[in-house]
Design a protein around this ligand. Structure first.
Ligand code: C5P
Length: 221
């Protein structure tokens, strides 16, 4: 059967994962959280790893194998047989991830891992470069955006729900800093693909964003 790829890109805290899970459920396909892949690399390498030499990082990456199973919000991404857990879901690990995400050696390794998964599964793939670099031929591409204030608020509520302490003003600063680094890096910077549908979600609730995505996918097919 033909595989379907839907891409959702956008800045930190905009709600990509929530929407990707819901859309994937609607389409009965897995969702791929590529941010979790960068976060897991950062987590495994440890803080400061971006100062390592490329050869050492490459040797580490060569031992990494990702696997995907399940559908919609039940999708499970595993690294070397272990599901990636909530330990990577802090702004601190997000910043490490953004740091390692500037390294070409890490990007090219994960590019191949992501494209391999896309060759085997239909996917709602979310991240920063899904529509631009990883799946340029995807038939449906979305770019979600929102103000920094709104995104810090959403991330705050998300962290609270996971019982992780958070400070709203600190989050705002961290998110702004991470976005700046993600938008300005040399390789695969955060930006909308030319053929992506951009949705400013600042004044929309989850249901409204979901309807926009659902209708976007339906009317293109
Ligand atoms: O989406 P999430 O906040 O989990 O992503 C963590 C970091 O991983 C981002 O700030 C970004 O630097 C990096 N990333 C990336 N390309 C992707 C997904 C995430 O560079 N496709």
């Amino acid at each position: 059967a033909d595989l379907l790829i839907v891409t959702i890109d956008g800045p930190a805290g905009v709600g990509k994962s929530t929407m990707a899970k819901q859309l994937a459920r609607h389409l009965s396909i897995p969702y791929l959280d590529t941010g979790a892949m960068f976060r897991s690399v950062a987590w495994k390498l440890g803080e400061g790893s971006w100062e390592w030499d490329e050869g050492r990082i490459q040797a580490e990456l060569d031992t990494f194998e990702y696997a995907l199973s399940g559908i919609g919000e039940d999708s499970v991404l595993s690294l070397n047989g272990t599901p990636i857990g909530n330990e990577i879901r802090t702004e601190e690990v997000g910043m490490w991830a953004s740091n390692v995400a500037t390294l070409p050696v890490v990007r090219s390794f994960l590019k191949k891992a992501q494209q391999d998964l896309g060759a085997r599964f239909s996917l709602v793939a979310e991240g920063r470069d899904m529509g631009t670099v990883i799946f340029p031929d995807a038939p449906h591409k979305f770019f979600l955006d929102a103000t920094v204030d709104e995104r810090a608020h959403r991330r705050f509520k998300q962290l609270q729900a996971m019982n992780k302490p958070a400070d709203l003003n600190e989050l705002k600063e961290q998110i702004a800093k991470r976005d700046h680094q993600d938008r300005n890096r040399a390789v695969a910077p955060l930006k909308a693909a030319d053929d992506a549908t951009t949705i400013d979600t600042t004044d929309m609730n989850k249901e409204q964003v979901f309807v926009a995505l659902k209708e976007g996918v339906a009317c293109d097919t």
